[in-house]
Design a protein around this ligand. Sequence first.
Ligand code: URA
Ligand code: SF4
Length: 247
Amino acid sequence: MTDAGRRAALEAIAAEVRDCTRCRLHEGRTRAVPGEGNPDTEVVFVGEGPGYNEDRLGRPFVGRAGDLLVRLLGSIGWRREDVFITNVVKCRPPDNRDPEPDEIAACAPYLRRQLEVLDPALVVTLGRHSMGRFMPGARISQSHGTVRPADPAIGAAGALVYALYHPAAALRSAEVERTSFADMAGIPGALLDARGRREAARATAITPTAAAPVAAPAVSTAPPAAPLAALAEPPPDTVPDDQLTLF
Ligand code: URA
Ligand code: SF4
């Protein structure tokens, strides 16, 4: 799919999400939060669900957890507009409670379709709820900073999944914050592994005959720098810390 095709497909999904009434979370939302980012990215970050600021602005990770996510990305030289950022549920649960299993199930087709369009090499889960979708049965205390093949039923067939603590957890604990920066430092390597796996899978799928050798793409651990014009400066925070986020 071309970049323009991916952009249009993602916008079509976002338009459906903004009008969606498939689960009770639509009742309390101000705005649904479909997700945003570079349609040509190799890396998708998946949080749990919108918090107060996200619900007001219709954009993911724009409160204090979002500021920390931007600092985490910056620590490896990436910007939020280089990647795609979304959530397991697209509407804010009341009082930032955990999403219920039936709400997650109702919303799952949107995340699956986004992942099918983006076809990322690497999915980075933010927090244990998002991790639970991609690495069933994993425990965040053991699995943070590690990769696993993604459960193909979730949509990112052929991707590796890398688990991080939720940035809101890092805001509450200096130790989790330190660990999060250390885990973040492992992401470029995980992306290289993920690319390697995909190249190998493609090679087995196409080689057997005497086809001309295909030049390997130049390896860079940075994702393509193609900022989305639609991404404005993050808005200022307007909400006290304790109202902010889920994890
Ligand atoms: N927490 C999340 O899980 N997602 C957001 O978009 C913001 C905060
Ligand atoms: Fe629809 Fe998902 Fe919002 Fe529920 S959370 S109303 S399924 S977009």
